[in-house]
Design a protein around this ligand. Structure first.
Ligand code: AR6
Length: 190
């Protein structure tokens, strides 16, 4: 079973940069100016246009850097995805016990930006579970709960909203089969 919440969430193994969703989420850092892991791969595959857009956002809106848990949106450059949503995950052990709250905020704020930009499909990597050291089991619980809460609330709101563009697919992309399995054993979708 790799599909949850009435088919709106799917779990796949793959490379985030190859997903042909409307938007991709980047596991960025507060500089917004690139790095390794997912961040490096997205900038490599998407080209200079993404970095340029990040630079403008950094200079005009976040001269001190983007705070942990927040998200911003840029072009997808040469990627198949139209948009990249850059979010800064918590560094495990560096936020005085607020790591889960901050990781949930990454998912929630990224999804909110996606809805604002009429994104129908979005792909997420496992934010913070690489260089930032967040244990994958706990990240699975926190991320699935945040996604479930967001989609449930959005559905309630959409009942009253007229012709609101719908976020149809949230794709969770894991780099390796073992990391997808850890997620599937620990999620809180149901
Ligand atoms: N596609 C899908 N998942 C991937 C890919 C890929 N191409 N590459 C790595 N992963 P990380 P973080 C997995 O380190 O922990 C950067 O330098 C990886 O196995 O990319 O949030 C930034 O600039 C791991 O499970 O992000 C920041 O400084 C997950 O994606 C810092 O790293 C996230 O790993 C952010 O660290």
């Amino acid at each position: 079973m790799n599909s949850f919440l009435h088919g709106r969430v799917s779990v796949v193994v793959g490379d985030i940069t190859r997903q042909a969703t409307d938007a991709l989420v980047n596991a960025a850092n507060s500089s917004l100016l690139g790095g390794g892991g997912v961040d490096g791969a997205i900038h490599r595959a998407g080209g200079a246009e993404i970095l340029e857009a990040c630079r403008v956002i950094r200079n005009t809106r976040y001269p001190e850097g983007l705070l942990t848990g927040e998200a911003v949106i840029t072009t997808g450059g040469r990627l198949a995805a139209r948009h990249v949503i850059h979010t800064v995950g918590p560094i495990w052990g560096q936020h005085a016990g607020r790591e889960a709250e901050l990781l949930a905020a990454c998912y929630r704020n990224s999804l909110a930006l996606a809805v604002e930009h009429a994104v129908a499909s979005i792909a997420f990597p496992a934010i913070s579970t690489g260089v930032y050291g967040y244990p994958a089991e706990e990240a699975a619980q926190v991320s699935s709960q945040a996604i479930r809460e967001f989609l449930t609330r959005e559905e309630d709101g959409a009942a009253n909203a007229e012709a609101r563009p719908k976020l149809e697919e949230v794709r969770l992309v894991f780099f390796t089969p073992p990391s997808a399995e850890i997620f599937l054993r620990n999620h809180k979708f149901e």
